[in-house]
Design a protein around this ligand. Structure first.
Ligand SMILES: *Cc1c(COP(=O)(O)O)cnc(C)c1O
Length: 452
């Protein structure tokens, strides 16, 4: 049994340490990342000893936690400009804590009625945002699984007998080469194989070229996948034009909005998703731009039955239907975390409006970076950003090496991406703490490092 006093003390320590960690992180008082080698780190954290002997107490826990936090990556840090993982807001963090203590795996309703109902209502909100009034959805552990689930629904529509009989050999998926790798992985997982991935023509930035959509006569197209927005560049495909093309041909239209669907909440950016309501399926990650921890992603379909059909041929229930409320029939997962609570508590605290303001602010900061960099000689910016992702180059530097050097002291954390075969540095503005001073410092450092 839990010793309630010990729990209360340890939880208090956790809150204190986390508060100090986030405070120092968002002030930028510590390095953004630490990359100490694992052997050294294992020793520092006394992992071997603690695993072998146990015996942690609130006091030794405090020491452990302090070191653990100090040796990680700080997503609240102004110079955290790396992967698209959310800088989590605290209501979502509380949800993780609650889940950790209650553990209601609510894919079966009776294993967590409150958590399941929260998920239903969060999904209902997301469906309304996307424009699927008769739609259905489910939350999954991540966008990759969400893409797989959506494409499974597309497969059930194209080949209902595939569930029983396996796959015919002639189905194809149309997607640009810039699509997230989880899409082509899903093709193999679903038994279509890589040969089923038919690349769509794109412009030089990887956007689907709507004037060059293919002639599909004689082909069995399972789905067309568009990005809102693309992982590498943060640029949005023309959803309306592509969606209309799909409608005319009765092609399943899947919109990968893992990163960028959250722009639906920001008035000045929602136009980027114009036409999303034409989609048959959409995915939307909360652990990117809705400030929840990893992972919480939504699969949304325009017709609710399509999601049930993904896993069996007969729809078992509808939202609040008469035959039960189990989500388990709609997911790859069996046991599932209380994912909806993370999204719900952020919404409940900040409101849809607050989350939308966050998205708008991050998009604006990225745009500001683009403006600041453009003014300086030597910086090349191949496109005006549409989201909080910006790719750029500086002179003829070896950009992999430049990135290493920027990260060496932990002063900055950023990623890189290939555009048209050329490596670029890539900045993703995730932390609310990132400001002009951070951006100027990054540009100054790049100039200084490259023999400026
Ligand atoms: C991040 C991302 C994914 C994958 O989502 P995970 O939650 O990391 O599995 C899929 N598609 C796009 C466009 C993404 O940006």
């Amino acid at each position: 049994m839990w010793n309630i006093e010990e729990f209360t003390e340890a939880a208090g320590i956790t809150v204190g340490e986390l508060a100090a960690y986030v405070d120092r992180s968002q002030r930028g008082d510590e390095p953004a990342i630490s990359r100490r080698p694992p052997r050294e780190l294992a020793e520092r954290l006394r992992l071997g000893e603690l695993i072998a002997k146990g015996g942690m107490t609130p006091e030794t826990f405090r020491d452990f936690l302090r070191t653990f936090l100090g040796e990680g990556t700080r997503l609240h840090h102004p110079a955290y400009l790396g992967h698209q993982s959310a800088s989590p807001d605290f209501p979502a963090a509380l949800a993780d804590f609650i889940h950790g203590a209650t553990n209601n795996p609510m894919a079966i309703y009776e294993m967590g009625a409150a958590a399941a109902t929260v998920e239903f209502e969060v999904l209902r909100w997301m469906l309304a945002k996307v424009g699927f009034p008769a739609g259905g959805g489910v939350l999954t552990h991540g966008g990759s699984l969400a893409n797989l689930t959506a494409l499974l629904a597309a497969r059930a529509r194209a080949v209902p007998e595939a569930w029983e009989d396996g796959m015919p050999g002639d189905l194809v998926i149309l997607a640009p080469a810039s699509a997230h790798y989880s899409v082509s992985r899903a093709a193999s997982i679903l038994g279509l194989g890589q040969r089923a991935m038919v690349p769509l023509a794109t412009d030089h930035l990887g956007r689907i070229d709507i004037t060059k959509l293919p002639d599909i006569s004689g082909r069995r197209v399972m789905a067309l996948v568009a990005a809102a927005c693309a992982t590498g560049t943060g640029l949005y495909d023309d959803l309306r034009a592509i969606g209309e093309w799909c409608r005319e041909r009765d092609v399943w239209f899947h919109v990968d909005g893992a990163h960028g669907a959250s722009a639906l909440l920001a008035e000045e950016h929602a136009h980027l998703l114009d036409g999303i309501e034409l989609a048959d399926s959409v995915i939307w990650d909360a652990h990117k731009m809705l400030r929840t921890s990893s992972l919480a992603a939504a699969v949304l379909v325009r017709r609710e039955n399509d999601l049930d059909a993904a896993f069996k041929q007969e729809a078992s229930y509808l939202f609040y239907g008469e035959r039960g409320f189990d989500l388990i029939g709609r997911t790859v997962e069996c046991t599932k975390a209380e994912l909806g609570l993370k999204i719900f508590l952020n919404l409940a605290w900040r409101g849809e409006r607050g989350l939308g303001e966050y998205v708008a602010r991050q998009y604006a900061t990225a745009h500001r970076f683009w403006e600041l960099a453009r003014r300086r000689p030597g910086f090349a910016l191949p496109y005006e950003p549409e989201s909080n992702i910006v790719c750029f180059r500086y002179g003829d530097a070896d950009h992999a090496d430049l990135r290493e050097r920027l990260m060496a002291e932990g002063a900055f954390y950023l990623t890189s991406a290939e555009l048209d075969g050329v490596r670029h540095l890539r900045v993703t503005v995730m932390a609310p703490a990132t400001d002009d001073a951070t951006l100027e410092a990054l540009l100054d450092t790049i100039e200084a490092l490259h023999g400026g």
